[in-house]
Design a protein around this ligand. Sequence first.
Ligand SMILES: C[S@@+](CC[C@H](N)C(=O)[O-])C[C@H]1O[C@@H](n2cnc3c(N)ncnc32)[C@H](O)[C@@H]1O
Length: 286
Amino acid sequence: MADTTRSASSQLGSALELTAPVFSILNSLIEERIGLSYTLQDRDLLASKLSLRMLELGYDSPLDYYYFLRYDSASQSEFQLLVNTLVVNETFFFREFASLVTLVSHYAVPLGSAGRTLRIWCAACSTGEEPLTLAMLLEQHGLLDRVELVATDISSAALARAREGHYGRRSLRQVPSPELAAKWLTVTDNAVSVKPGLRQAVRWQQLNLLDAAAIQSLGDFDFIICRNVLIYFRDSVASGVVRALESQLRQGGALLVGVSESLLRFSSSLVCEEKAGVFVYRKANP
Ligand SMILES: C[S@@+](CC[C@H](N)C(=O)[O-])C[C@H]1O[C@@H](n2cnc3c(N)ncnc32)[C@H](O)[C@@H]1O
């Protein structure tokens, strides 16, 4: 069945002609709604992703599909399915582990020991391995009970996987802390499962980083982790997202981005600070 679908979609994919003007309007629609943007060199990639969805719906014209997405009020659920196809959900347990260790030991522990409940938001958490790794570290420092940990992503499919807590072995391709892995993960030949207590410590929620009102409704946070997603946005979009995140940070709070990402080219009042080789962006106390 899967093979039939694949071969049919690749047939359509190869037959699907995404002309430059139609590529351009579809690309604008996608960027306007979710921030992702494709260059002309990615035209075939976008065409193959679109063809999967068009095949499901029986469209053979990308322009008709565009009109449906743009103007038909019944297209919301289809747009979500398209989003699930477009996004890159690459993530794994213990990814960029040193940054999370530093965030917890140098920032969360001192703040948490003051007795106050901390609020931490993992934005663009994909299938959840990142907030689950963070939850392991918080528990190791006796903080998990005193943290409200919110994890969000735009992909409903990724969040469904996060809520279930079942993964393939590739989710555990690096194990810098065998003790934490042994404590929280059940590993078999081809699967990794998360202990329910850990999954339940995270509040999973769907959220689009371009939706300023939804971001505001999350409330304010001591720490925001937003890693390996801004790279998919053009600078104009990424700087808007950074501003929205910044406004949700409490005074003295910190934003953590991916190790290969920098916010220095964006105008922001956040102050870049280095601790144990890890860069965080702090909201300075007034
Ligand atoms: C490469 S993953 C990064 C996952 C994790 N943060 C990490 O570093 O391992 C990028 C994630 O960003 C999400 N994403 C892309 N555009 C988004 C948007 N506009 N709003 C929220 N999440 C988005 C994707 O669904 C995907 O799960």
